[in-house]
Design a protein around this ligand. Sequence first.
Ligand code: TXA
Ligand code: MG
Length: 340
Amino acid sequence: METKKLDIVGGDYQKNIDAAAKILKNGGIVAVPTETVYGLAASAVLDEPIINVFKAKGRPQDNPLIVHISDMDMLEKIAAEIPKSAKKCAEKFWPGPFTMVLKRTDYVSNRVCAGLDTVAVRCPSEKSIRDIIKASGIPLAAPSANISGAPSPTTYSHVINDLDGKIDAVVCGEDCLYGVESTVVALFGEHPRLLRPGAVTLEELREVLPDIEVDKAILEEPEKDEKVASPGMKYKHYAPKTEAFLVEADEVSFADFVNKKEDCLALCFAEESELITVEKKIYGKKTDEFTLAKNLFSALRSIDNLNKKAVYIHAPSKSGVGLAVYNRLIRACAFRVIKL
Ligand code: TXA
Ligand code: MG
């Protein structure tokens, strides 16, 4: 199929938003920008488009999708129970890079939730996807718009690389503001539980949800066949073909370590770049984790072009947005961590 390119930056914004909404209403699948990563959107209330999303991505059937809404009325249709904690989180973190998992009604397709009795819901802040939801009048299921296992797309050209010819259209907007997927919190159990860290940080969550627990799958490799709270956590993700290692070290030890390696790439911080004598790529500033998040997936996508034997990636701190970056990197490195 031909994938239409709907340019909302250089082209006519409203015309292209309306075109995307129309394709979605008619059961098509369209990649759209959000403030986190580009999503592959489909009507959450129809089976067929959801099946097509799984097919286009090559996504395992047991990994449920996030439903995107534009207002609280939509949440009431989708969630069977909205606990006080969810209302507080919605007030504080929506619209924005925050997803809550709640008990569900039958409003959205069973296929969206992969057979679970819960649903993940997010109200994004990016104007274009909000306008598309409003114009179509339907909630949109949207996983990240990449081939399953590849780094999530943070520019429309990443989407085109992965999915051109496999989906109906791409809404070509700006590069994504945050660059990592939303924070996911389960709010249906006895205690709130962080399932995936993102740009809404654990420190911010603790202010609203003092008893929040952190799922151990965030920083550890799940055992074989272990049942994980968020099915997405058990899959190998984001990994380049080049063998990748995550290195926990201070700046001098990191430089000493990589400078002795042959045929390698160092993925490093701006502040330490001058110490490194092997081929290097900067992915942001150590002191500003938002820059690391924003450039992370582009950097991971570019590694294989260099045909190196190995890539050594300097691990960020696990605080603030650093926790989200660390969580993605540990998967990209297939849990190979070197501590110096
Ligand atoms: O920022 C984002 O969240 C992006 C943009 C497009 O909004 N979307 C995204 O979707 O990252 P995806 O499908 O790549 O990740 C969804 C995550 C997966 O880890 C999945 O397992 C989890 O959310 N999830 C979805 N429904 C769930 C549920 N009912 N219970 C537990 N985890 C769930
Ligand atoms: Mg994804």
